[in-house]
Design a protein around this ligand. Structure first.
Ligand code: NIG
Length: 415
């Protein structure tokens, strides 16, 4: 079926030549747009686009008059923990009363709290809760999402999470990539013999994750009090032997060495990076690893933001993701992440759009098919509400952006 969108006020991120795999440094301020445009889709693909006045006799099964609204590629949210059970608002109250993230974790809160809740929740119920979040993020404009395990911390519960994540990919129009994050925290049962948990991840979990094709990537929370660089080294090596490309939770609470170990193993992304300086910049420069920043958790944990402006000025590519999770970012609203990125990290509107579309797509390994409007790419499209300008998108930080969503060329009911 062919669908023709006409009278598009601005077709955003429209790549007419060979599409970029990512945008780095100065290129991040480049955002190709066509004013007063049309777009033609054929099934789930983008077939053609251009200026309205160049539209000839295009035949289509359906014509949609966009009437002065903009069209953007759907967001690619490359770092989430979408599969979790319940919520942790009681810890939020502790936080308001002054406890830090680490203090809450020490009292049995944090990731271990979510692990207990998840253990007590059936796979079906976990799927139901995750599905509601998946529908919520689609309504915010997300078309592709990376989902991690990491609240299981036992083989069975980690596999349960990954099965639920895969099922979200099969039962919703979202493009889903999954990441095995058994190394998210040390479970209480391994207290005092933590290295044995690393052995369990390597010997019991990774082989099953690989043989049952439960994950596309492997991740480690490389941080003081969590997994050391040596642990990370062992786990990433073991994962790579099974074809799992690394991603790393790096430099969130300290200069942890996570960036360095991630780049050493050609991680597709290193994520968080609140603690990043010259050494990390040098290591990232020239690598194939993208810096993924998660301003939702920096905001929620009231930390210093990563030096995004400096990263871009240094020539690095930056992706922005929501980090949707119950502990440090209970939001999957990519438009809010854009607003934080521009206001708090000084990215321009053009840069935040690149960071949440094409660079997000790169960070989850889908930039060949998603993240921009290009001929042959998948038709994952946001039709905006009436917005006066591109700049208005991050500026009006709580005004909903999405009027209509098309994923794989098909309209998704979002209201
Ligand atoms: O990315 N840093 C580790 N993991 C999550 C938080 C998980 C939680 O607190 O439940 C994050 O911030």
């Amino acid at each position: 079926m062919k669908t023709l969108f006409i009278n598009i006020k601005k077709l955003v991120q429209a790549e007419e030549g060979t599409p970029d795999v990512w945008r780095a440094g100065k290129e991040m301020s480049k955002l190709d747009c066509i004013d007063n445009a049309f777009l033609l889709t054929d099934g789930d693909r983008i077939e053609d686009f251009g200026k309205m006045d160049s539209l000839g006799e295009a035949s289509a099964d359906l014509v949609i008059d966009v009437k002065g609204r903009m069209v953007l590629p759907a967001f690619c949210d490359s770092h989430t923990h979408l599969v979790y059970a319940g919520s942790r608002e009681m810890e939020y109250i502790d936080k308001i009363r002054g406890l830090s993230y680490q203090e809450i974790a020490k009292r049995g809160g944090g990731i271990l709290n979510s692990a207990q809740l998840l253990h007590d929740t059936s796979e079906e119920e976990l799927y139901r809760q995750t599905l509601a979040r998946a529908q919520e993020i689609i309504s915010f404009g997300t078309g592709a999402v990376e989902i991690k395990s990491g609240y299981g911390l036992t083989p069975e519960d980690e596999f349960k999470m990954l099965r639920v994540a895969r099922r979200i990919g099969e039962t919703t129009p979202l493009t889903v990539k999954t990441t095995f994050l058994g190394a998210h925290a040390f479970p209480a049962r391994y207290k005092g013999r933590e290295s044995e948990y690393v052995d369990e991840i390597i010997n019991e979990m990774i082989p099953v994750v690989a043989s049952e094709e439960l994950a596309d990537y492997i991740d480690v929370f490389t941080e003081k009090g969590f997994f050391s660089v040596e642990d990370t080294d062992r786990i990433l090596n073991a994962g790579m032997k099974y074809g799992l490309r690394p991603k790393v939770h790096a430099n969130q609470m300290s200069f942890s060495g996570g960036v360095q170990v991630g780049v050493k193993y050609n991680a597709i992304s290193v994520d968080h990076l609140e603690f990043t300086g010259g050494e990390e910049f040098n290591v990232l420069k020239g690598s194939d690893t993208i810096a993924t920043l998660l301003p939702g958790s920096t905001f929620f944990l009231e930390m210093e933001y990563p030096p995004a402006r400096k990263m871009i000025d240094y020539g690095l590519p930056v992706a922005i993701a929501s980090n949707y999770n119950p502990g440090s970012s209970p939001s999957g609203d990519m438009k809010f992440m854009m607003a934080l990125a521009s206001l708090k990290m000084k990215l321009t509107p053009q840069e935040v759009i690149n960071a949440t579309t094409i660079n997000g797509a790169y960070a989850m390994g889908v930039s060949d098919t998603l993240g921009s409007i290009a001929k042959g790419k998948t038709a994952n499209l946001i039709i905006t509400r009436e917005v006066p300008s591109l700049e208005y998108i991050p500026y009006a930080f709580s005004t909903p952006l999405v009027d209509r969503m098309f994923l794989n060329g098909v309209e998704i009911k979002i209201k």
